[in-house]
Design a protein around this ligand. Sequence first.
Ligand code: G3P
Ligand code: CA
Length: 365
Amino acid sequence: MKFVKTALYAAVMAATVMGSSAMLNSAYAGDIQDKIIVAHRGASAYLPEHTLESKALAYNMGVAYLEQDLAMTKDNRLVVVHDHFLDRVTDVADKFPKRARKDGRYYVIDFTLDEIKTLNFTEGFEIVNGKRVQGYKNRFPMFTSVFKIHTLEEEIEFIQGLNKTMGKDIGLYVETKAPWFHKQEGKDISKATLEVLKKYGYTSKDSNVIFQTFDYPDLKYVKTELMPKMGIDLKTVVLLAENSWNETYELKDGKWVPYDFDYLMDPKNMKEVAKYATGMGPSLDMVIDGKKSKKGAIVVTDLVKNAHANGMMVHPYTIRADKLPAYCNNVDELFKAILIDADSDGVFTDFPDLGSAFLQKNGKK
Ligand code: G3P
Ligand code: CA
C-alpha cells in the first residue's frame, strides 16, 4: 500500500482526473490494489461502536486499519470512545445521576478510569421524550449482552496480539477527539496519545498507524513541536468538517473561537496544509456533490483532485449501508462513487465487510 503520494503520482493525478465537477467517471486513475477500507469505530454496523468485540469482528473483514476515537479521563488515561461525553453510549446517567454538568452531559474528563470501567457500553441512543431511542434501529440491540469501555493501551495490545496470532499487520487509525476542549481543561490529549503510541513502537511514517484530528491548529503543534521533541514522525490526516458543526475551536487573541474549515478546503492553501498532513479526511458530501448528483449520474467535487495534486491521500467518512444518500440505489454504488468516480484512496465505513467485498469485486487481490 502506498500512503505518501509521490510527486510523479501527483502529476499523473492532476493530468488524469477530469476537471471541475466531473460527471460519472469510471476511468479512475488510482490503482484499486492501493485502495483501502478503514473500519469506522470497528465493525460498528454489527456490534456496538468501539467495543473490542467490534474491533475483533472488523479485524477479519479485510480492512487496512481499525479506528480509535480517543478522550481523556480525569486521571489522564486515554479511553476509546467517540464522544468526549459518556451519555450516548453508556448507562452513566443511571450509575452516576448527579455527575452531569450544567448542560446535562456527562463528560469523560469528569470520571476516573475505574469509574468508567463500571459502566455498560451499548449501541448508541438518544433521549426522545425522556426515553432512550436507538440511533440505528436495525443495529445491535441497546443494553443487551455486556460491553465495557477500554483504554488505548488495551486496544493496541488487542490488535498487536491479533496481528501476531493471525499473521497480519492491521494498522491503528487514532483520532484525538476535541484537543481544544482538552486544552481548555488543562490536558494535552495529543501528547498523551503520542506517548502511548511511542511506547508500543509506533514512531515513524513506516509505522502502521495514522494520527487523525479535526483540530488543524493542534495538528500543526503536533507536527512542529510534539513529534520532533519526542523523536517520532507519524503519518497524519486532517479531518474536514462543515463550519456549522462547530467541531473545533481555536485560541485567537486569548479567546476560543470556532475554527474556519474553509481554509483547509481552499486549494490555494493545500500546499501549506500538506506540510502537516499526509492526507485529508473529508465527509462524503465534500467529495460527492449531493445536490447535483442523481442516481446513475454522480457529480464529483474537486476536493480529491486538489488534495492529490498537493501530494495528500484522501480517506472520506463514512459509508453506512443503512443510511445511503439519495443518489445511490445501494451501498456498492456509494463505494464506487467514493473510491472509483472520486478516486479516493480509501474510505471509512461502518460496514467493512461490504467495503472489502466491493474492492474484491473490482479486482483487489
Ligand atoms: O475520523 C473519521 C471519521 O470517524 C470522522 O467522523 O465523527 O465518526 O469521528 P467521526
Ligand atoms: Ca473518528
